[in-house]
Design a protein around this ligand. Structure first.
Ligand SMILES: *Cc1c(COP(=O)(O)O)cnc(C)c1O
Length: 234
């Protein structure tokens, strides 16, 4: 049986391939994280059946409920859970204990807590620094000028593995403008790579701006709506 989720995943995968081919990149370089926030485990299950293994969640409790649910299934060891929402320091322990990745480190205090709270029987927590690339006052993320300083601090925490950067640009319909912002992010990523070993992940691109992100060099896209449909918040 071919489900909508399965079809959507196939379409998104095809769009990734097309975008990569269009700019001469190898599509295999690009990782797809399926953003399942607000969506029930039944839909995640369909995505898993269709072969998807990496999922992104924004809310601590909801994400952990899902991780625990799937930890009792045969797929448990194959799944990779990415925390992609803003994180209050007082909720860091649950993320340190349950997730494989965090995309939203933007301050030393949060990184230090995650480092101290990461369980010893787990590998270091994979981490991305979120950069406030559009300089939005209300948005989380470190400023571009403070990025390297924060990276040096995080790099010292051995229970955290700094892997790269994540950005969420301000909504922008014009593809040329999207591309300019993503290209700026890609240049910061290159800088980071030049300063530290082990930097290999540039997380950018969502349902509405994925092609521009891939053109600029993204190697991890976070796609929700195009896979699971619109989100309804109660
Ligand atoms: C919700 C969310 C996404 C997915 O957005 P879509 O437009 O539904 O693809 C990606 N990244 C982050 C950080 C999100 O919060």
């Amino acid at each position: 049986m071919c489900t909508t989720i399965q079809q959507n995943l196939a379409e998104v995968t095809q769009r990734i391939v097309n975008s990569a081919n269009h700019c001469g990149r190898d599509p295999k370089e690009i990782t797809l994280v399926a953003v399942s926030k607000t969506k029930p485990v039944s839909l995640i299950e369909l995505a898993i059946q269709a072969g998807q293994r990496r999922f992104g969640e924004n809310y601590v409790k909801e994400g952990i409920d899902k991780i625990i649910h799937f930890s009792a299934t045969p797929f448990a060891n194959q799944l990779e859970w990415h925390f992609i929402g803003p994180l209050q320091s007082n909720k860091s322990k649950l993320v340190a204990e349950h997730f494989d990745w965090i995309h939203t480190i933007d301050r030393e205090k949060l990184a230090r807590r995650l480092h101290e709270q990461r369980p010893i029987d787990k590998p270091p927590l994979n981490a991305l620094i979120q950069v406030n690339i559009s300089k939005e006052e209300t948005k989380s993320g470190v400023s571009t000028s403070e990025l390297l300083e924060l990276a040096y601090k995080i790099h010292k925490f051995d229970r955290i593995k700094l892997r790269g950067l994540m950005v969420i640009p301000a909504p922008e319909k014009d593809v040329t403008n999207q591309l300019a912002t993503f290209t700026h992010a890609a240049s910061l990523y290159k800088q980071l790579k030049a300063h530290f070993d082990g930097i290999d992940t540039l997380s950018m691109g969502m349902s509405d701006d994925m092609p521009a992100a891939i053109t600029a060099g993204s190697n991890l896209v976070r796609i929700g709506t195009a896979i699971f449909g619109e989100r309804y918040y109660s």
